[in-house]
Design a binder for this molecule. Structure first.
Ligand code: C2E
Ligand code: MG
Ligand code: MG
Ligand code: MG
Length: 287
């Protein structure tokens, strides 16, 4: 009996695996087509300067307007993209699109010249040859100010081939582009070696912000990260701020920047720009 059941379940298992492989294969083909047919989009989430209450910039986040399935978030297609080597293409498309968008918006708005743009690069992409050249080309083509461009990488980048990675990080820094460490606290980086890398900002992972009001050790971790960034001359961005209490707690800790649904969801550019203008107007009234 056990044997029969075992065989039966392994058959079910392999049927499921086959189905999954087929599904992923189809998704990969659709994603390749999406890149050609321009089905990808960029949404923008404002990042708030907690000292002034104004927007400091935007994080660009990719979306896929799938012909049948509607708007998909990165969690639904980046894993497949990573397996099929499409992640680099997607990251590059987002970088270029976002720089062009920001430059187009800049025409009419004086404050827009001060806003930063953060773009996510996968570890694979960041470590691949040609990344620095591509960055340089896009900056040249679009005229976007390198000092206002932030590339977000995760701690996994720093776990790679140390010498080669360090060189790439330094080349990016030499372009004048800032490096932000995303999802900080979830990876393996030991605090002691962070200063070896030319980083500008740590982004405190959403999970810590989410639990900081209920959980002592999360609160302590956020406090430590903020204090440490200050000692190391780095900036801190808190991710995933969803309510007034978290906002106030972060402000009290001296965290410089924050993003989250409390301020704004990621939005199409025109809507995100409107949020920026509303925040500005509110501060103008106060000042
Ligand atoms: P991330 O870079 O850490 O981006 C922040 C994510 O948190 C975004 O999810 C954003 O919508 C979400 N978020 C922001 N505020 C809140 C909040 O208050 N509450 C909650 N629950 N969530 C919040 P999204 O857009 O689904 O992106 C997920 C991840 O996908 C990103 O995490 C990033 O790792 C990756 N990603 C997005 N766009 C790109 C891209 O162009 N290239 C690469 N390589 N990765 C990307
Ligand atoms: Mg990010
Ligand atoms: Mg993040
Ligand atoms: Mg995150």
């Amino acid at each position: 009996r056990a044997k029969a059941a075992g065989r039966g379940s392994s058959q079910v298992f392999s049927a499921e695996m086959r189905e999954q492989t087929i599904r992923e294969g189809r998704l990969e083909q659709e994603l390749r087509a999406a890149l050609v047919r321009d089905e990808l989009q960029v949404v923008y989430q404002p990042i708030i300067d907690l000292r002034t209450g104004r927007a400091a910039g935007f994080e660009a986040l990719v979306r896929w307007q799938h012909p049948r399935r509607g708007l998909l978030g990165p969690g639904e297609f980046l894993p497949v993209a990573a397996e099929s080597g499409l992640e680099q293409q997607i990251d590059r498309w987002v970088l270029r699109r976002a720089c062009l968008d920001m430059m187009a918006w800049k025409q009419g708005h004086p404050r827009s010249r001060l806003l930063t743009l953060s773009v996510n690069f996968s570890a694979e992409h960041f470590s691949a040859p040609g990344t620095v050249d591509f960055l340089q080309d896009v900056l040249h083509e679009t005229g976007f100010d390198p000092a206002r461009l932030h590339i977000e990488i995760t701690e996994s980048v720093l776990l790679g081939q140390t010498q080669a990675i360090l060189q790439t990080l330094q080349q990016v820094q030499a372009l004048g582009v800032k490096l932000h460490l995303d999802d900080f606290g979830t990876g393996y980086s030991s605090l002691s070696y962070l200063h070896h890398y030319p980083l500008d900002t740590l982004k405190i992972d959403r999970s810590f912000v989410l639990s900081m009001l209920e959980n002592r050790s999360s609160a302590e971790l956020v406090r430590t990260i903020v204090a440490m960034t200050r000692n190391m001359n780095l900036s801190a961005v808190a991710e995933g701020v969803e309510n007034q209490e978290q906002f106030a707690a972060l402000q009290a800790l001296g965290c410089e920047f924050a993003q989250g649904y409390f301020f704004s969801r990621p939005l199409p550019l025109a809507d995100a720009c409107q949020v920026v203008e509303e925040l500005d107007a509110r501060q103008d009234d106060r000042e």
